[in-house]
Write a protein that binds this ligand. Structure first.
Ligand code: IPM
Ligand code: MG
Length: 365
């Protein structure tokens, strides 16, 4: 298996956690005789500083020429006063648009060992396993017109969707639900927004193609509450861009740490892989970041871009095993076990690699 991966580590903790994800992928390649090549380019704040733009042309060209793009995180406090189109985040939105992936898969599951790290009671979160499908190229993030008219003291953004944009992401979600627990929850605000009425009508139309999947609709405000009250009731959740952004951070509470959550964006020219967490500038460069979200993102590269399902599952089970053994990074500190030192970013990465190696060699011997 040959795979040409572009690594855009970005800002803050991005380089540290991405480094660990790459090391795990390298280990997988070495064990299985695969040829993974890694090329690095800049994006976000580092690119603003060095190239004067958050998404340099070399990065974009390299991304389009690659088989998969692995991204760390973008953003930093020094850019907070810039307008949206000049910020590090603009680089991320531009690369998302250019790669064309419209379905952002964000699995959020409760790891048994981490339930004490969640402020929710174990009996509420245990066994939760939700797959968010966030529409990634439409809605308020990209809708025109958008402007802050300072003279008028007025600003506007546009939430806009076409029927086709809703239908294609709904199909991805139904299809995923079909291979899981066959339940799809579509989240909107159809009691107030026309866009949401189009969204709901379109999801219902697509539902006819998937008679084996049960579909329900929830308003986003109610959904925010249900997620905390009864997360186990949800299987696949499909929603528009901003609602998905908000709900997927909320879902991190179920997992116990935002540092655990991976994501994959599919459906476009090249898949884009990024952990859900941000650049966390306050802890950057200190070895305190949790690399597991990035490592699990690497597992999604194996699953969705390399077709290496067994290897993807091995990485996921290695992460579970390392947690079961009691190893933690500082963000998981509440779930510490007595006598276990808290690991640094690098130490945690090394533990996962060691465990992946054991697991894959046990299978092949
Ligand atoms: C995410 C992030 C991004 C988003 C930011 C960094 C632009 O919050 O991936 O969830 O809003 O999509
Ligand atoms: Mg977000």
């Amino acid at each position: 298996m040959k795979l040409n991966i572009l690594v855009v580590a970005g800002d803050g903790i991005g380089p540290e956690v991405t480094g660990e994800a790459v090391a795990v992928l390298e280990e997988i390649a070495a064990l299985g005789g695969h040829q993974f090549t890694f090329t690095e380019e800049r994006i976000g704040g580092v690119a603003i500083v060095q190239d004067g733009t958050p998404l340099p042309k070399e990065t974009l060209d390299a991304a389009l020429a690659s088989d998969a793009v692995l991204l760390g995180a973008v953003g930093g406090n020094e850019f907070n006063s810039l307008p949206p189109d000049k910020r590090p985040e603009a680089g991320l939105l531009q690369i998302r648009a250019a790669l064309g992936g419209f379905a952002n898969l964000r699995p959020a599951f409760a790891f048994k060992e981490l339930t004490v790290n969640s402020p929710l009671r174990p009996e509420v979160v245990d066994g939760s396993d939700i797959l968010f499908v966030r529409e990634l190229l439409g809605g308020l993030y990209f809708g025109q017109p958008r402007e802050w008219n300072r003279a008028q003291g007025e600003a506007w953004n546009t939430m806009r969707y076409t029927k086709d944009e809703v239908a294609r992401v709904a199909r991805v979600a139904f299809d995923l639900a079909r291979n899981r627990r066959k339940k799809l929850t579509s989240v909107d605000k159809a009691n107030v927004l026309e866009v949401s009425q189009l969204w709901r009508a379109t999801v219902n139309e697509v539902a006819a193609e998937f008679p084996d999947v049960a579909v329900e609709h929830q308003y986003v405000d109610a959904m925010a509450m249900h997620l905390m009250n009864r997360p186990r009731d949800f299987d696949v959740v499909v929603t528009e861009n901003l609602f998905g952004d908000i709900l997927s951070d909320e879902a991190a509470v179920i997992t116990g740490s935002l540092g655990m959550l991976p994501s994959a964006t599919i459906g476009g020219k090249v898949n884009l892989y990024e952990p859900v967490h941000g650049s966390a500038p306050d802890i950057a460069g200190k070895g305190l970041a949790n690399p597991l979200g990035a490592i699990l993102t690497g597992a999604l590269v194996l699953r969705h871009s390399a077709g290496l399902e067994a290897e993807a599952a091995a990485v996921e089970s290695a992460v579970r095993k390392v947690l079961e053994q009691g190893f933690r990074t500082p963000d998981l500190a509440r779930a510490n076990r007595e006598g276990f030192p808290v690991l640094s970013t690098k130490e945690m990465g090394a533990k996962v690699r060691e465990t992946v190696k054991e697991q894959l060699s046990a299978v092949s011997s």
